[in-house]
Design a protein around this ligand. Sequence first.
Ligand SMILES: C[S@@+](CC[C@H](N)C(=O)[O-])C[C@H]1O[C@@H](n2cnc3c(N)ncnc32)[C@H](O)[C@@H]1O
Length: 267
Amino acid sequence: MSGSLIVVGTGIRAGHLSQEAVSAVRTADAVAYCIAEPLSRLLVDELRKEVAKPAAEDLHRFYADGKPRMQTYRQMVARILELVRLDLQVAAVFYGHPGVFAYPSHESIRQARAEGYPAEMLPGISAVDCLFADLGVDPATAGCQMLEATDFLLRRRHLDTACGVVLWQIGCVGHGDYQGSGYDLRHVPMLVEALLAFYPPEHEVVVYQAAHFAMCDPTIEYVAIAEMFRAGITAVSTLYIPPLLVPAIDSQVLKKFDIATFRGTEG
Ligand SMILES: C[S@@+](CC[C@H](N)C(=O)[O-])C[C@H]1O[C@@H](n2cnc3c(N)ncnc32)[C@H](O)[C@@H]1O
């Protein structure tokens, strides 16, 4: 059994591909990818050509309009495992960070290890990394809670309004299938209603989309939470909700720490 698996991410745009991801793509016997952004896909294709290795195969072929996304993900995992079982060193490439809101990458590693193959993941630059940079948000300041939008509704999860909140996949909230040309937003009002249980309607949120190409600007729309559906929400939009209030510092604890100041105690 000489097969192995390395799962890497391309980041959100072509310039995000790390040196170690480049090396993994070059050295693998077989590459399978699912990358929506065309320049990153081209870059991986070029890397394979440079080392005269077989072209990467596209896992995107498993998607089809109206098909349950989970079925597609399982087929991707099955194909990746098929390659590993052929005793190939396989690189599976996904966009962004391959382990952030990405089922097939984690699942293929889990299955490969369960079958005794070495398997690892390399980190990549995710949408939330771009969000922190573009919106000037430091998660150290107020903390940061991250949830998937459908999961938030289905499980009636609690939001910590003293934290910044990042809600992923707002553009396909309530949809389990794939729609290549974009999802209808019929469940967004339900999302807004659930958010209004935690925030006043005028609380300003950000509907965010990181730029997919260098030199392009991100899309940043500030909108009152009750008016969120007016923003241009797409399948790659992420919602950022700034904190409502910052909890006061416990002076007793501060005293025990014996530190003169901490962020928020200076003024
Ligand atoms: C299946 S997840 C994949 C996330 C990806 N693995 C990553 O590391 O960013 C898809 C979700 O990621 C977020 N996303 C993807 N691309 C984005 C972009 N360019 N800007 C903002 N959010 C994005 C959206 O919330 C989208 O619904």
